[in-house]
Design a protein around this ligand. Structure first.
Ligand code: HEM
Length: 168
């Protein structure tokens, strides 16, 4: 529970804060408490911090697209790849809280092993982002983008640190 529930939510909060600092319109809506749920879903889709689902083992032969998967094969699914699928609209690499389909993302995985803490995580994010931008409206990154330390060797995408200038 600690491993699954701490690094994931912490990464979402840090990376989401970075997105909000770069997107004043979204930050203003968060501050006003408008469309918070939709913005949280779009941040979950766009960031997909758990990039790969737990490995699955095929119980029977199956064909997906043009790939033949045999019973007993181990299948690794890229959640971040799935969440940038064109089903989300013409520009899945951009952040757009108005996306109609954004609730169908797989940031929490899929099926029997889908994240058990998904609803708790949603509650945390719906509280944390508005609270952060209300408490620190002038917050901005304290280092240039090139100096941000993104994690290179972790299954959970995130930042080692996010230096910020809290403003006045
Ligand atoms: C934004 C935050 C979170 C994200 C993005 C996230 C994402 C995920 C993903 C992708 C999986 C694997 C699903 C699969 O393979 O189909 C997973 C599993 C899991 N998560 Fe989360 N998670 C988050 C927060 C939490 C929290 C807050 C808790 C608990 C307090 C938690 C507990 C777990 C557990 C126990 C599993 C294993 C479930 C199983 O194997 O049946 N997660 N999570």
């Amino acid at each position: 529970m600690l491993t699954g529930g701490l690094e994931t939510s912490a990464s979402m909060i840090a990376l989401g804060a970075l997105v909000l600092m770069a997107n004043p319109v979204m930050a203003e809506k968060m501050r006003a408490g408008e469309d918070v749920d939709a913005m949280v879903e779009e941040l979950l889709r766009y960031l997909t911090v758990v990039q790969v689902a737990f490995p699955r083992v095929a119980v029977r032969d199956v064909r997906i697209g043009d790939a033949d998967i045999r019973a007993g094969d181990v299948v690794m699914c890229s959640l971040s790849g799935a969440d940038r699928d064109v089903q989300f609209g013409p520009d899945p690499h951009s952040i757009d809280p108005g996306r109609a389909a954004n609730r169908s993302h797989v940031a929490f995985g899929y099926g029997i092993h889908r994240c058990i803490g998904a609803e708790l995580a949603r509650m945390e994010l719906r509280i944390a982002y508005p609270a952060l931008v209300r408490r620190f409206p002038a917050m901005k990154p304290a280092v240039p983008p090139a100096e941000l330390k993104f994690r290179r060797a972790s299954i959970v995408f995130g930042l080692d640190e996010l230096p910020v200038d809290l403003g006045r």
